[in-house]
Design a protein around this ligand. Sequence first.
Ligand SMILES: *Cc1c(COP(=O)(O)O)cnc(C)c1O
Length: 462
Amino acid sequence: MTAARRASPLPGLDGLLRHPAAAPLLARHGRAALTGALRAALAERRGRRAFGAAPEEVLGEAAALLDGLFAPRLRPVFNLTGTVLHTNLGRALLPEAAVAAAAEALARPVTLEYDLADGRRGRREAEVAALLCRITGAEAASVVNNNAAALVLLLAALAPGAAVAVSRGELIEIGGSFRLPEIMAAAGARLAEVGTTNRTHAADYEAALGAGAVAVLRVHPSNFAIHGFTAAVRFRELAALAHGRGALALEDLGSGALVDLARFGLPHERMAQESLAEGADVVCFSADKLTGGPQAGILLGRAEPIARLERHPLKRALRLDKARLAALAAVLRLYLEPERLAERLPTLRLLARPGGAIRATAERLRAAFAAFAPEFTVEVADCASRIGSGARPEDLLPSAALRCSGGDGEALAARLRALAVPVIGRIAEGALWLDCRTIEAEAEAALVATLVATLGQTAPDR
Ligand SMILES: *Cc1c(COP(=O)(O)O)cnc(C)c1O
């Protein structure tokens, strides 16, 4: 055989498309997608000089490429990490009513910016803003893409090119891409650092205001706490100080809350209402942390500064889409009936879930996990859940988990991640922990079904 002959035999594209094995792929994905995948498969073979393939082999490779292309990367998982508002897993889970409202807004024409009463253009945020004002007593409200966007808009509109005083103890970084000094710079405000990491006094803010700062900004420390020799200025005092100098008092609450969580037996998280009562001109927070809504940033405050935000060109760039507005309105409506909130808002329901119910779930799930991981000791054990997303980072909620010990925890975690619906746990103290707080009845049934389906497939090999 000559070199030339050995190098040539990769099947041609036309032949591959006409091959009987191509028919089901053509039927499923169409000619354009299959042609693209075949070209890629052939190019890949040429690249590694893997000539001489049968048509079936190349078609098989193209099919694998198509499978990869059409498999969604955004997949549902079971969150057994013990972190209820897990940023990497999408934070708050929305109530059915909000999901339905969002789906309807996506699929059908809706009155997004349309006033049915007079048949004219309406304000797209009217309902959400009215609900927010009713719940919190704020004069005005605005919503944007997320809390980072809220902060950018706040600073760009209210302190363009001007100094804003922030305590050195509050110059936070959240999840790498959110660093307060960088956000401020991007918004076009100047950071006037005041005080020290552990202690900041009224005189520190006074000096910055005397030097021309147009606002003071308080930032929730979110993911850390400072203990020991510390001092901070109470927000009420800080706001009075700013107002005395004709400056604005602003607060980034991070998670924030619209109800007193202590009512539900949870650690109290600073509420937007408290910030406003203590003199905040504008307060901002995330809608998808303890508020339990879709991703959004909520801005509340006095009518005048909120009107300035609304007029700023960035507002248009950062605005919410109809699906999230619909979902947010549905979530906010639940707050109008606070007695039923803990049962209807999933975030609150999961956080306030009684320990006994979590333990009972763990006990019911134990057998299914023990069968899935027979080489492990699977026991029901006490553990501690976290709220997550920077809300009360030091407060833990007593919970119950399945502790899988006596084997390679990392390997078991990988096997659970490879399930049809992946199960995400947490490795600690040499064991894999599966916190059952977030597994309510419906998820429990689905989780058992996922585990059992796998056993059916793999049992003969064991
Ligand atoms: C979470 C958080 C943010 C960012 O909020 P996103 O909604 O994720 O943009 C900003 N500031 C503080 C204090 C936070 O905790």
